[in-house]
Structure formats: structure tokens, C-alpha cells
Design a protein around this ligand. Sequence first.
Ligand code: HEM
Length: 112
Amino acid sequence: MGCHAADGSANTKAGKNTGAHDFRLPDLEKETDATLIEIVSKGKKKMPKFEEKLKGKEIKQLVEYVRGFLQEVLNWVFGLELAARRKHDESSVRAWMQRGSYVGFSRRNACR
Ligand code: HEM
């Protein structure tokens, strides 16, 4: 995902050149799955279409995957908030999150 970057930030040269979307932003929540499937299938402006390269099921899975970037941010914020509430020190929460046991998943390495 050269345009959207491994962390979904679109913080790549191609991402900046094309104006690719940062998947970690909450505005993705406003889009229905149908809309995102349509965008990945048919493309939109500088976003290429993938309907000839990917099966419908794969595009659906990619949309779920794309939604995961925002979820990860929310989990991170939730983790810190919970830490503050439970007076856990931040480093132990980070350690839990790195182990992925606290929030249930980590995807940073998965997309490379
Ligand atoms: C399979 C790989 C890809 C997936 C799953 C994907 C997914 C998406 C999704 C879901 C959006 C819509 C976001 C929204 O409207 O909130 C989007 C927008 C965009 N993507 Fe991708 N993308 C992929 C590859 C690429 C590539 C390779 C490029 C660059 C060549 C690209 C450039 C863009 C751009 C420019 C937009 C913004 C379109 C607009 O609204 O103007 N994407 N992408």
C-alpha cells in the first residue's frame, strides 16, 4: 500500500502526491462499507480501481482491514485513558499493547 503507507497514515511520497486518505482519521467512520467497497473496486480520482485485480471477497476484507487503522488508534487512546483511570503507569499499558493482549490485536507488522 505505497500510497496509504503501512500504518495507514498515507505519509508517503506517493500518498502526498495523490492526496491518498489517512485511514486513521475518524471521517472514515462516516463512510458505509458499501461506499468504501465501491471506491476500492471502481477507484476514485487518483485512487486506482482494483475490481480487475481483486475478487469481491478480497475487496471486502481490505475494507475491514482499512477500518482497523482507526480502531487501533481508538484502542491506543482507550488504553491510555484506562491507564490514567486505573493509575496504571503508561509504560505497563504500552507493554500490554505491544504484546497485543490488552486490546486484542496489533497489525503494524502485518501490513509490511
Ligand atoms: C489495495 C490497496 C488500496 C486500498 C484497500 C485503498 C483503499 C482506499 C479507500 C477505502 C479510500 C477511501 C477513503 C475515504 O474516502 O475515506 C481510498 C482513497 C484514496 N486512495 Fe486508496 N487504497 C488502495 C491503494 C491505493 C493506491 C495504490 C493509491 C495511489 C496510487 C491510492 C490512492 C488513494 C487516493 C488518492 C484516495 C482519495 C480519493 C479521493 O477521495 O480523492 N490508494 N483508498
